[in-house]
Write a protein that binds this ligand. Structure first.
Ligand SMILES: [Zn+2]
Length: 268
C-alpha cells in the first residue's frame, strides 16, 4: 500500500486526489497501482500484481495511519519523499531539520538497516526509526533491534498514537528490564550534548527529542544518577577468587572419590 503514486507525467499524486479506476505507477518499483478506498479505510494505492521486492507494497494500513498522524502533528513533514540519488523513498522527511523518519512495522535484516542509515547519512539526513511495539520491545530483542535503537530509535504504539522512549539495558540479545514509557515529542528536536553522560544505553545516540531518555537524563541530574546506578547494578559481577579455589577443591575431591571407588572394586 502507498499513499502516493506517479501519473503518466511522473508527477506524484496523493491517493485522496487520484481518479478511482485510473492506473498509476508505484514510485518505488514502477509497477502499476490503482486507488483503493473503503468505508473504514483511508484512500491508498494498491499494486495490481504481487511485488514482494517493493517496500511500499508490503506497507500495512497501520503504517499508513501512523504516517498520516505524524504528518498531521508536524505539517512540515513530507510523506513518501523520493531520494532518487540513493534510490529510496522516505516515509516522512523533515527538510528544514534534515531528518528522515522511517516507520518499521516489519522485521528488517541488519545489513539493510545499516545500509539505509548510511544512504541517508550520505545525503546528510539523520535517520530516526519508529518501531511498532507490537513487533518490537519484547523481552527477547528482535533481529536488528539493537541497531535500530542504538543511535536514534523510538517505539510507537499505533493504537494509542504514542511515540515513546524507554530505559531498557540489554545483554546477550535480551532486555534485562523495561522502564516506563517516556512520551517523546518528535516536533521538538534538540541538540546533542558534547560530553557523553556515561550511560551505556545513550553512548551512541545521535538524536534528542523533547521527552526522550537522553533529554530527561540531561534535564535532571537525579534521574541520570538513578539510571547510572541501575545500569551498574545490572552489570555481571566478576566471580571472586575463592570461587575458583572452591571449584579446584571440588574437582580434587571428585577425583579422589572416583579413585577410591575404583580401588574398592579391585579389592572385591
Ligand atoms: Zn511498488
Amino acid at each position: 500500500m502507498a499513499l502516493y503514486a506517479l501519473d503518466t507525467d511522473s508527477n506524484l499524486v496523493f491517493a485522496a486526489d487520484a481518479a478511482p479506476l485510473q492506473t498509476y505507477r508505484c514510485p518505488e518499483c514502477r509497477c502499476p497501482v490503482q486507488k483503493r478506498t473503503g468505508l473504514h479505510k483511508r484512500p491508498h494505492f494498491c499494486h495490481l500484481r504481487n511485488a514482494p521486492q517493493c517496500r511500499l507494497h508490503s506497507k500495512s494500513i497501520d503504517h499508513l495511519v501512523f504516517q498520516t498522524r505524524l504528518k498531521e502533528a508536524i505539517p512540515e513533514l513530507e510523506m513518501e519523499r523520493p531520494f532518487p540519488s540513493i534510490l529510496r523513498i522516505a516515509d516522512l522527511c523533515w527538510e528544514r531539520k534534515k531528518i528522515v523518519f522511517e516507520i518499521q512495522c516489519s522485521l528488517i535484516l541488519p545489513p539493510e538497516a545499516e545500509e539505509r542509515r548510511r544512504d541517508y547519512a550520505k545525503e546528510r539526513y539523520a535517520l530516526v526509526w519508529l518501531l511498532d511495539d507490537r513487533l518490537y520491545n519484547k523481552k527477547k530483542l528482535r533481529l536488528s533491534e539493537e541497531i535500530l535503537r542504538r543511535e536514534a530509535g523510538y517505539f510507537i504504539s499505533l493504537q494509542k498514537g504514542l511515540v515513546y522512549d524507554q530505559f531498557d539495558p540489554t545483554r546477550d540479545g535480551a532486555r534485562l528490564m523495561k522502564g516506563p514509557p517516556l512520551p517523546v515529542d518528535l516536533s521538538k528536536p534538540l541538540p546533542i550534548p558534547k560530553k557523553p553522560l556515561g550511560l551505556a544505553q545513550l553512548e551512541k545516540r545521535t538524536a534528542r527529542f523533547r521527552g526522550d531518555l537522553l533529554d530527561r537524563s540531561l534535564q535532571n541530574s537525579a534521574t541520570l544518577q538513578r539510571l547510572l546506578d541501575c545500569e551498574q547494578s545490572l552489570k555481571p559481577k566478576p566471580k571472586p577468587r575463592w570461587h575458583w579455589l572452591k571449584k579446584g577443591v571440588q574437582i580434587g575431591l571428585e577425583y579422589l572419590l572416583r579413585k577410591t571407588a575404583e580401588w574398592d572394586r579391585l579389592n572385591l
